[in-house]
Structures are given as C-alpha cells and as structure tokens.
Design a protein around this ligand. Structure first.
Ligand SMILES: *Cc1c(COP(=O)(O)O)cnc(C)c1O
Length: 355
C-alpha cells in the first residue's frame, strides 16, 4: 500500500532526491567510490559544496554580503551559537513555542534577554503581533514556523534591530526577503535534506562585534572564511540537500513551492473546518502551511485512538500530534504531493461517514 509520510521530522523527501543520494552512497558518478569514503578535499566534493551554496543563494535570491554555511549540531546548536556570536548586552526574543523557548533559554547564558511577547498562556495557538522590540537590543529572534503548534509567521518583519530567524521547518516553502534578516538558520531534516546538516545564512557584517572570545568551532567566521570546510562537513546530508535544491529549481522554485503549500493547506484546513468530528488547534490568522494540527471535536474525543489507527491502516504515517498539543499533526512539507493530502481528507470523510 502507498504510504504517505506526514512525519514532522526527519520527514518526507522527493523520491528522486533519495534515489540520487542512495546512488551516490554506492558509487559516486561512476568513480568506483562511494561519496561516503571520498575525501572532502577532493575536487569532486568541492564541486558538490560549491553547487549547493550557489543554488541555495540562487533559489532564495540571497543578496551580496551574505554567506551560506553548512555546519553540524542541528538547529539546537544554533540556539547557543547565535547569542555567542551576536549578543553583547541584550537580545529580544518572541516566544511562540517550545523551540523559541529553547532558543531564549540559551541566550540567557550570554546576556540580558527580553521576551517581547509570548502566546504561552494560550498554549501557543497564535503568533503575537503587538509588541515593541527594544531599540537597543543586539538582535531580535523569531521562529517563523512553530513545528509543534502548527503556527507560522508568513511575512518578513521590519525589525528595528538585526533580525534572526529559526526557519527549520519552513525554509524554501515561500520566497523570503533575505535582506530583512541578519541571520537565518535551521536544521535540514524538515524541508531540505536528511538529518545531519544545519544551514546558516549570515550577513557577514554583523559578525565580529562581540567582545567575548568565541571557541573556534562556534565562531561563524571560522565556517564563513573556510567555505564550510574548516573541518570535515557532513558530506552525504550536504549532497542530499543539493539534490533537493535541484529538485526545487526543476519544479519552478520557491514561488511554486509556496503555491503548492497553499493548495495543500487550503484543502486540508477546509476539511478540518467542515468535518464535524475534527477541529483545528491554531488560530486562523496564524495557521501554518507546513504543520497542520487538529484534534477530535469535543463530542468525539474518545474516538482519537480509533481515528489514528484507522488512518494508519489507510497508509497515513506520522500523523500523531505532539504531546503538547495532542490529536493529530499532518506535516505537509515541500515534497508532500497533493495526492497525499487528498488521501488524508478521504480518510477523514470515510471516518465521518462511519460514525
Ligand atoms: C526541529 C526543530 C528544531 C530542532 O532542530 P534540531 O536540528 O533537531 O536541533 C528547532 N527549531 C524548529 C523550528 C524545529 O522545527
């Protein structure tokens, strides 16, 4: 039976991407060697790195003066690298969920942190819009897509101070005006690649301004000045990212990714709103196109396990909601075909008809 992978991460990738990566693991370009066993200093791997960085810049229209880095450690290491490199006295954070809170917690190790707004009291069902960012903050940190709660900020804010964004779970799902950001980072395993690589887009001129010494590996300048080759980079995840970038380009770029994301999300949210057995958890003005969270309506609460089993039987994978929200979460990343969402909608309708 066809399986539809709605997992939140690691998550669905285009079949072509997985096939090309698997092939490279066996015999890279007919060289008789796996990409796994080749030196990262060969011209063959250098070409992979160069093309991945170039395509990354091309697809997002990244202006001059920014570096694209591929490093290890996951988005979670960025939670401390950002303040290590940028926080001199004070930083501002928007608290929109578990990941935002984890980022904020790390920043406190380095200086004063102002939480400009939080939707914690409402279990992060919306993205706050009314707040003031202190003009003397070194930077303002946001999480554009809250993977766990299914909320998303789908606009590029005008910030009075350098803007830093965790875009782990919505990068390449829409055009982004990178010039409005000082730094954008994310783990690759949601919308770009397999786990193991972290991307960082950083405006070169914001680096080197803090007075503290920074350990070599945690200093963005180390990676920027060496083209992400200071030490051995995660070669296979970078190769896999390159395949995804090529796939995005071939499909029509981020504008097309956005069109598809809207199409998928409209279809699923329409069913959630129509079907009396379900209800969405995120406020409508904050609904994510990537992670679509819903629960059983109150009168059907006791059927939650039954629907989960029913959906799994029909080939839906990874739709159990995060424990903080409960219910269901259908992650609809770039590689999710519309057919997958149609299959889930059919499943919801069939379940409704049975009850
Ligand atoms: C998954 C996720 C993270 C954590 O990423 P790791 O690479 O596992 O550290 C951070 N932020 C957001 C928004 C995420 O979705």
């Amino acid at each position: 039976m066809k399986k539809w992978n709605f997992g939140a991460g690691p998550s669905i990738l285009p079949p072509e991407v997985m096939k090309a990566t698997a092939d490279a693991c066996v015999d890279y370009n007919g060289l008789g060697l796996s990409l796994m066993e080749m030196s990262h200093r060969t011209k063959d791997f250098q070409a992979v790195m160069d093309e991945a960085q170039d395509l990354f810049k091309e697809l997002l229209g990244i202006p001059e003066g920014y570096s694209v880095l591929f490093v290890g450690g996951g988005a979670s290491l960025e939670f401390c690298m950002v303040p290590y490199n940028l926080l001199e006295k004070k930083a501002a954070y928007l608290n929109t969920g578990v990941w935002a809170k984890k980022a904020l917690k790390e920043a406190k190790l380095f200086g004063e942190v102002v939480e400009v707004a939080s939707s914690a009291a409402d279990n992060f069902t919306y993205i706050p819009r009314e707040y003031t960012v202190p003009a003397d903050a070194d930077y303002f940190h946001i999480t554009t897509n809250n993977t766990i709660y299914g909320t998303e900020l789908r606009e590029d804010l005008d910030s009075p101070v350098p803007l830093v964004a965790d875009m782990s779970s919505d990068i390449f799902s829409r055009p982004v005006d990178v010039s409005k950001y000082a730094l954008i980072y994310g783990g690759a395993q949601k919308n770009l690649s397999m786990a193991g690589v972290t991307f960082v887009i950083v405006k070169d001129e914001i680096l080197g301004k803090v007075s503290r010494p920074i350990p070599t590996m945690l200093d963005y300048r180390t990676h920027a000045s060496k083209g992400s080759m200071f030490n051995t980079p995660p070669v296979i995840p970078i190769y896999c990212a390159l395949q995804t970038l090529k796939w995005i380009k071939a499909q029509g770029g981020v504008k097309e990714m956005e069109r598809r994301a809207i199409e998928r999300a409209e279809l699923l949210y329409a069913e959630i709103d129509r079907n009396k057995m379900f209800r969405g958890t995120a406020c409508k003005d904050s609904r994510s196109l990537m992670n679509i969270c819903f629960v059983m309506a109150d009168e059907y609460k006791d059927l939650e396990k039954e629907f989960l089993a029913f959906a799994q039987e029909k080939g839906m994978v990874g739709i159990k909601g995060h424990r903080d929200v409960g219910g269901f979460r259908a992650s609809c990343y770039n590689a999710m075909p519309l057919e997958g969402v149609k299959a889930l909608v059919a499943c919801m309708q069939e379940f409704e008809a049975q009850h």
